[in-house]
Structure formats: structure tokens, C-alpha cells
Design a protein around this ligand. Structure first.
Ligand code: SF4
Ligand code: ZN
Length: 274
């Protein structure tokens, strides 16, 4: 996943997974003097939730002596997740928020000159996503996700998921054992997501049939291997609005922003370094 001289942008939300990942990568980085780590956080604009998480993330970065780069939806896209929720759009808040977060992290990573983006998706997240894509009737997305998302055409920064085979419970255990402070409050908009039902289902299955999550992860890997040899990479062009690579006229984020309303796409990063 990493080269010895990578500048890795670690996506840090302030939760247990991302702070554990940051802590472990900082430890590992000390053995590789040509590598560099910067923490990147996104402020989605969720009142009573994100402020505390960002504070915890900043405090941890200070302790670990890691630079912390924060970008916000408001600055980048002119909207916040709270504003999107108020619009009462047909989709769940997470479907908007997730797409915008990916774009925000990409922009922040490009801005700081990162060569990799590391996210803290764990085994539970990964297998939930596999089932989610199936239930959404979009199995091809399974190919486009996975532990390493590399863009051979050099249009995106490679994304890696070092925790993709680690069960969530083990990460929580580690975080408690080393005394990490992390945000434990759940996002107020998250409970509408189909993902929560899938999470409960998979946890029940795991309890009754130990190993279910690993098996599903291995199944997805096999599918990826098989399908990637038969599927041609999508033809990419520049999004007419923001210039990011996309197979369509507009990228997914710009389509979503258009559906929300006439919000200007602010393409300047005025993020603060803490
Ligand atoms: Fe955004 Fe959904 Fe995550 Fe809340 S739970 S921060 S709305 S993706
Ligand atoms: Zn776009």
C-alpha cells in the first residue's frame, strides 16, 4: 500500500478508526525518514457533532506532532450537510455527504501534494459496502472499491485502506488499550441509512456464524479479480463544472450539487493549517 517515500494524507474524522490509523501510521513512519504524514479532516457542517470531533482530531495531531489540514463543505461547495438535510431531498443525507467527502479529501490531498490517501475503512465498513452496492443494484461498484484504489491513468491520488481486513471490534479494543481519546457520539443524520440495517444484519450473522465478514470480504476480492480482467476502464473526460475526471458530462458531486440548488461551487481552498 505504501512506498518508502510517500507523503500520505490520512483522512481523520476524530473517530476511533481514523485516530487509531493515524497513531499507527505515525509510529511506522518513524522507520522511513523519506516518508511524510499529514492529517486531513473534513468539516461537513453538522452542528453539535463535527466540532467536537475536529477538536479531538486537532488535539491528537498536536500530540503526535502531525500537521492537520481541515477543509469544509461550506468553503468548497457552498453548502453544509445540515443545509442538505433541510432541503428534504429524496436520498439519504449520507448519499450526498459521502460523495462530497470523497471529493473534499481528494482536493485537500492534492493541495498538500500528497502521493497517497489513507482512509480507516475497516472490515465491517468494507463488507457493509459490498452488500449495500448489491442492494442498490450496482454490483460493478464492488470492482471500483477495494483495499487499493489506484488510478493507472494518473488522474486520481491512490487511496489505500490499511484496516480493510481488521474487524471494527479489534480497532476499538486497541483504541481503549492505548488510551486514545475519540468521539463516540454518532452523527445525527446517520440513522436513516440503509447501511445501519446491513450492519445489524452482518453482526447477527457474525455472531451466529463466525467468519461471515471475512468470507464476504474474500468473496468480494475474488469477484474483483475476475471482473477486472473482463471490464474495460471507463473513458474519462473533464467535468464541465469542476474539471475533475468523470465518465459523464458532470462528476457525481457536481450532479448532486446541481440537484440541491444553485449553490456556487467554490473551488478555492482556504483551509487552515493547525
Ligand atoms: Fe455524513 Fe452520513 Fe457520515 Fe453523517 S453519517 S457524517 S451524514 S456520511
Ligand atoms: Zn464536477
Amino acid at each position: 500500500m505504501f512506498a518508502h517515500d510517500d507523503h500520505t494524507a490520512v483522512a481523520v474524522s476524530g473517530g476511533k478508526d481514523s485516530l487509531t490509523l493515524l497513531t499507527l501510521l505515525v509510529k511506522m513512519e518513524q522507520r522511513f525518514p523519506n516518508s511524510k504524514i499529514t492529517a486531513v479532516s473534513v468539516d461537513e457542517g453538522i452542528e453539535g457533532y463535527r466540532d467536537e470531533a475536529l477538536q479531538i482530531a486537532s488535539d491528537t495531531c498536536r500530540k503526535l506532532k502531525v500537521k492537520h489540514h481541515i477543509v469544509s463543505y461550506k468553503e468548497l461547495f457552498g453548502v453544509t450537510t445540515d443545509m442538505i438535510v433541510e432541503e428534504h431531498l429524496g436520498k439519504t443525507p449520507c448519499s450526498y455527504c459521502g460523495v462530497l467527502r470523497r471529493k473534499a479529501i481528494n482536493k485537500a490531498a492534492a493541495k498538500i501534494g500528497a502521493t497517497k490517501i489513507a482512509t480507516a475503512h475497516n472490515l465491517d465498513d468494507e463488507v457493509q459496502t459490498v452488500l449495500l452496492n448489491m442492494l442498490h443494484g450496482d454490483p460493478m461498484r464492488i470492482i471500483r472499491s477495494g483495499p487499493v484504489l489506484q488510478d493507472v491513468r494518473g488522474r486520481f491520488i491512490t487511496r489505500v485502506k490499511p484496516f480493510c481486513d481488521i474487524p471494527e471490534k479489534e480497532i476499538v479494543l486497541y483504541a481503549y488499550l492505548v488510551g486514545l481519546e475519540f468521539q463516540s457520539v454518532a452523527c445525527p443524520h446517520g440513522n436513516q441509512a440503509l447501511r445501519n440495517d446491513i450492519r445489524s444484519f452482518l453482526n447477527q450473522m457474525e455472531q451466529k456464524h463466525a467468519g461471515t465478514k471475512f468470507t464476504l470480504q474474500k468473496t468480494a476480492e475474488k469477484l474483483r479479480e475476475q471482473l477486472s480482467t473482463t471490464i474495460h476502464p471507463l473513458e474519462l473526460r473533464d467535468c464541465e463544472k469542476c474539471g475533475d475526471p468523470t465518465p459523464h458530462r458532470l462528476c457525481e458531486a457536481c450532479i448532486m450539487l446541481e440537484s440541491i440548488g444553485p449553490q456556487p461551487l467554490v473551488d478555492s481552498l482556504t483551509a487552515a493549517f493547525i
